[in-house]
Design a protein around this ligand. Sequence first.
Ligand SMILES: [Fe+2]
Ligand SMILES: [Fe+2]
Length: 334
Amino acid sequence: MTTRGRGGHVEPVRTAEHARPDHFLLHLSDTHLLAPGGQLYGSVSPEATLQRLFTDLEAAGTRPEAIVFTGDLADLGEASAYRALRRIVEPAARRIGAQVIWCMGNHDDRATFRRVLFGQVGSSRPVDRVYDVNGLRVVTMDTSVPGFHWGALSGVQLDWLAEELSEPAPHGTILALHHPPLPCIQDLAVLVELREQRELAEVIEGSDVRSILAGHLHFSTSGMFAGVPVSVASATCYTQDLTGEARGTRPQDGAQSYNLVHVYGDTVLHSVVPVTAGRTLSVTSAADSAAVLAAHGVVVPDSTVARPAKRRRDAVDRELEAMTSPITLPPRSE
Ligand SMILES: [Fe+2]
Ligand SMILES: [Fe+2]
């Protein structure tokens, strides 16, 4: 097969270098929600930004399989803040058809987090969980240390992780945690970094972990850890202004963003998306883009990963209803 190229000469059909991704996730971090109406630094509404983000996502037709939140979900660990989070996120996730994956951060309260987000009895045990996203395993690890802002994983947690990773998942594993196992470029961040990172590296080396998603820093960055890429999503509430003095710290109300995570057979892409879009200069729709590729004889193959059969709409509705239905909370002791 051929196609007419530039200047009228004939070109052969070309297959793109990479097929479509096997999996697509959203990675959000550091929502720092407060009780409704609360403001950070006296002027920043974390709830308003998050609401706008989800409104725009839905309008754009974004359809991730899962939405991963890497911690600091509630600034003060208030139950009303977690309820506000559920109100914003879960109905939108239901309409999008995405699983919601919550991860603990140093600002979160383990007991309240468990009660409000999972409907479990409050407990101060770490919240470590495993999710199956159509064959892709997502493991969330709780790096919080109650009463402190630095991060750590206990020997018990690392043993649990090693046991979990001893069996590879069909499409590999994404590890989600709050404190990134990376160097700090802001000096104050050293005070609140993840400690004893070498011990985590020993568990990850040789495993099927393909990417580590983290937060905590309030700016986007990336690096390598134990041979695995680490992607830190910035915050959706306020961010660190890196145009300030080197090694200093300067929070700003701006540059909030989240990440798209595209998982391919041989690589994982992490793409940063600002919450506030810039001025649009031109638009080419998906349909027009497909037409241009077709005119050039370029084919992008579908993912070769076997997809679960399309679930019946009523089954999806039942699952999502279970996910978002009000939960009965045990009596609070505080
Ligand atoms: Fe944070
Ligand atoms: Fe944090």
